[in-house]
Ligand binder design. Structure first.
Ligand code: PLP
Length: 353
């Protein structure tokens, strides 16, 4: 066995581009177009560089206690990590440790299969129905665990809480992770179910609705027993995941929920206006419950639009993958960004005639 054979080799997740050139309209990674609350700037000014010589609080208590207050939970029901990617990775490592396959949709957040491969977890990708809907019945069978993004990415489709409850009820012997990265943009959270279902883990993030992708904060909420298992794995891997500025600034984000809600309302309004304008241009799209739209044009290949927009410095997301290669995923930006996006599309459509 040679050197190469002893190395763990993986095909990594590919995030959306973070372009270096200036003047780009960035609608490709579902970031929030609005800055975080002014309270974050104030908290930043209070940071003491001298304290950085010390390790941060390994339990990130200041952040956890603000989360507990925000959601009316006990601190023992919350786990925080370096973005929900870190939290989800820890959940995969902790909760998916059997020989049975875990289940998730064929079209969903494309990190799930990457973690399954990385941690050598057997998995099965369950096809969404022809309307890109999750069928709860498909998840009512023996398995090693379940992961559902709700609203799903990149479709933006929401699974109602009663449907999630059916999946939870049918699978008392395995952990069901509900990844709610986009729940604040129009969905009902499964969070209230954690007190009744000891197999439910709800994961959320500061990266989208809370305008703080750069701080890297995510969190899981679940029964205290599951949170303890999760913490045990984290402390076996890296005790100090959350850095001092993120703990402080993340707590400041949570102290201004009025600001967060105002930004979310603006994004929802822009989303609905953009959806209507796109339909007028002949695009086909379903209602989205997230901060992005998943769109296709019946005549024009998505790849052509993707490239045309990019030439005009407008970045959106396109995947050359089965079932979704005719779609673009477009993040909702500010009103003026979406105006620029729509006029670029109008040009592309006219040029083609
Ligand atoms: C953005 C996203 C995440 C990860 O976000 P973090 O920035 O790591 O918190 C997780 N799941 C889904 C479905 C996402 O879209």
């Amino acid at each position: 066995m040679g050197l190469e054979d002893k190395i763990r080799k993986v095909v990594p997740y590919v995030p959306g581009e973070q372009p270096k050139e200036s003047g780009v309209i960035k609608l490709n990674t579902n970031e929030n177009p609005y800055p975080p609350s002014p309270l974050v700037r104030e908290a930043m000014e209070r940071l003491q560089a001298d304290r950085f010589r010390l390790y941060p609080d390994p339990a990130a208590s200041e952040l956890v206690s603000e989360l507990a207050r925000t959601y009316g939970l006990d601190e023992s029901q919350i786990f925080v990590g370096v973005g929900s990617d870190d939290v989800l990775a820890m959940c995969f490592l902790t909760f998916f440790n059997s020989d049975s396959s875990i289940l998730f949709p064929d079209i969903t957040y494309s990190f799930y299969d990457v973690w399954a491969e990385l941690f050598r977890i057997p998995y099965e990708q369950i096809p969404l129905d022809e309307n890109f809907r999750i069928r709860p019945e498909d998840y009512m069978r023996k398995c090693g665990g379940i992961v559902i993004a709700n609203p799903n990415a990149p479709t933006g489709r929401l699974l109602p809480v009663p449907e999630i409850e059916k999946i939870l009820k049918a699978n008392p012997d395995c952990v069901v992770i509900v990844d709610e990265a986009y729940i604040d943009f129009g969905g009902e959270s499964a969070l209230p179910l954690i007190s009744r279902y000891g197999n439910l883990v709800v994961v959320q993030t500061f990266s989208k609705s809370r305008s703080s992708a750069g701080l890297r904060i995510g969190y899981a909420m679940a029964d205290p027993k599951l949170i303890r298992y999760l913490s045990d794995v984290k402390y076996s891997f890296n005790s100090y995941t959350m850095n001092m500025p993120s703990i402080k600034l993340g707590a400041a984000v949570l102290r201004d929920s009025a600001y967060t809600e105002k930004c979310i309302a603006k994004i929802i309004r822009t989303r609905e206006n953009t959806a209507a304008a796109l339909r007028k241009l002949g695009f086909i799209l379903d209602d989205s419950c997230a901060n992005f739209l998943f769109i296709r044009h019946p005549q024009i290949p998505a790849e052509e639009l993707f490239r045309g927009l990019k030439e005009r410095k407008i970045y959106v997301r396109w995947w050359n993958k089965p079932r979704i290669s005719s779609y673009l995923r477009v993040t909702i930006g500010t009103d003026s960004e979406m105006e620029a996006f729509l006029s670029a599309l109008r040009c592309l459509l006219t040029d083609r005639k």
